[in-house]
Design a protein around this ligand. Structure first.
Ligand SMILES: Cc1ncc(COP(=O)(O)O)c(C=O)c1O
Ligand SMILES: N[C@@H](CCCC[NH3+])C(=O)O
Length: 435
């Protein structure tokens, strides 16, 4: 058995036959058994990342709350593992709350975000008794207070602020800039905090920012923290408001390609926690409880996507297309963000790549490309393409474009492979249409 590159799930290996295995399961056999496209998750990887975040962010006596950003991947079986690991959950809609509830996720550990929450979503959050509601704008704060009064409730709230920091990531996944639809500007929050303090049916416990996703640089995390802690200090001086919680969001980058080198979680943790301690000391504020919300960093590397090669189209001196049976309907990230992936042949992991291919999907869009100009051994129809690092933001952003059926999902773990989401069937496509 050989070790595949670091971008595969923790429990991956290569069999004597040259097949990719995960937790001892041959991915080529899984593809034959469950069909493709197939997403295969490693339970060991998920558990390992939960432990890694906990260990690294609890260093030096810190009790950082780790809250999994469910938008990266929501599935009942996976939520049960996240809950068992003791993490919290960030949800962003009534729908996500219902999935958390179906997974019997402890509601006191659930956060509800969202920049345009409806009354019914706020009511659902009150009914379920979520731990935190993250307020995005002044109107929402007053609406929530009224809805909570009607029910005799007093939810704990955080204010989401826009610290005005550029995280130097893709523009579509930057969220803490001044020009953003998310959260309060500092000036707006300055006005709204005393108003919230005076409301009878909400308890303001602190502040939240999330500056973006897949952030390779450490400095933007530190800058956002400084800006927010200075604001917290100001709130204390001017309004006597003592912040209990600072929720610093997610955004930790993961390695998608063999030649990328994002910081390890321990490097982010050391820098962020050290900066937090120093800044609280400098500003002479009682350190609030710290929360982080990793999504991608926790789940992206836990899964691979498997596809079967169909048509191979070689256009002399132009490009060699390998067409697979999935694509943008199950992974929109390359089309939406120009995201780069590094596919391999799951059934020929040991063969030397000697030809350049572009892996295209099966959908009716020229932009339906999973990877451009990558090296693979000479590909044949029937080969199994494996795309690593597909655990985050692929399945939750999947669609039924071109009448496609969303893929099946299998979880492998020590001697057990189990279906955790069935493949959609044709009847699922017709379920909502009325004639
Ligand atoms: C509020 C909030 N928290 C956490 C996350 C998770 O981000 P990431 O998956 O980059 O860790 C997101 C998504 O970007 C988010 O919007
Ligand atoms: N969907 C994005 C991440 C954004 C998360 C939500 N704020 C991605 O695939 O990279």
């Amino acid at each position: 058995m050989k070790q595949p590159s670091k971008i595969f799930p923790i429990s991956s290996s290569i069999s004597d036959e040259g097949h990719l295995t995960i937790s001892g399961y041959d991915t080529v056999t899984l593809a034959a058994e469950y069909g493709t496209p197939l997403y295969v998750f490693s339970e060991e990887d998920i558990r390992g990342r939960c432990r890694e975040f906990a260990t690294e962010f609890h260093r030096n006596g810190h009790h950082t709350r780790i809250v999994f950003a469910g938008k990266a991947l929501l599935n009942i079986a996976i939520l049960k593992i996240i809950a068992e690991a003791g993490l919290g959950l960030d949800t962003v809609s009534g729908g996500e709350l219902e999935i958390a509830s179906a997974a019997e996720f402890p509601m006191e550990k659930v956060y509800l975000h969202g920049n345009n929450k409806s009354d019914s979503e706020l009511e659902l959050a009150l009914e379920k008794g979520v731990g935190r509601i993250v307020i995005d704008n002044p109107g929402e704060m007053f609406r929530l207070n009224r809805l909570a009064e009607d029910r005799g409730a007093k939810p704990k709230i955080l204010f989401r602020i826009r610290p005005g920091i550029d995280p130097h990531t893709h523009a579509k996944i930057s969220t803490g800039n001044i020009d953003s639809k998310f959260g309060f500007s500092l000036n707006e929050a300055m006005v709204s905090v005393p108003q919230a303090m005076a409301l009878k049916n909400v308890e303001i416990v602190g502040f939240h920012y999330h500056i973006g996703s897949q952030i390779f640089e450490i400095q933007p995390f530190l800058d956002a923290m400084t800006t927010t802690l200075e604001f917290i200090s100001e709130m204390q001086k001017v309004h006597g408001f003592v912040t209990q919680e600072l929720d610093a969001g997610g955004g930790f980058a993961v390695q998608y390609l063999s030649d990328q080198k994002p910081p390890d979680i321990g490097v982010y943790a050391e820098a962020i926690l050290g900066h937090f301690d120093n800044e609280c000391g400098r500003l002479k504020i009682v350190p609030p409880g710290l929360t982080i919300e990793p999504g991608r960093g926790l789940i992206a590397r836990a899964a691979v996507a498997l596809y079967t090669v169909g048509v191979i189209k070689e256009i002399p001196e132009i490009r060699n297309y390998v067409c697979v049976d999935g694509g943008m309907a199950d992974n929109i990230r390359p089309s939406l963000y120009g995201a780069a992936y590094e596919p391999y042949l799951a059934n020929r992991m040991n063969e030397t790549p000697d030809k350049v291919y572009t892996v295209a999907g099966r959908y009716c869009e020229s932009g339906d490309i999973l990877a451009t100009d990558i090296e693979l051994p000479a590909v044949k129809s029937g080969d199994v393409i494996v795309v690593p690092v597909c655990g985050a933001y692929c399945l939750p952003m999947a669609s039924n474009y071109n009448g496609s059926l969303k893929p099946a999902v299998v979880m492998v773990h020590k001697g057990q492979a189990r279906l955790i989401r069935r493949r959609e069937v044709m009847a699922d496509l017709l379920r909502c249409d009325i004639n």
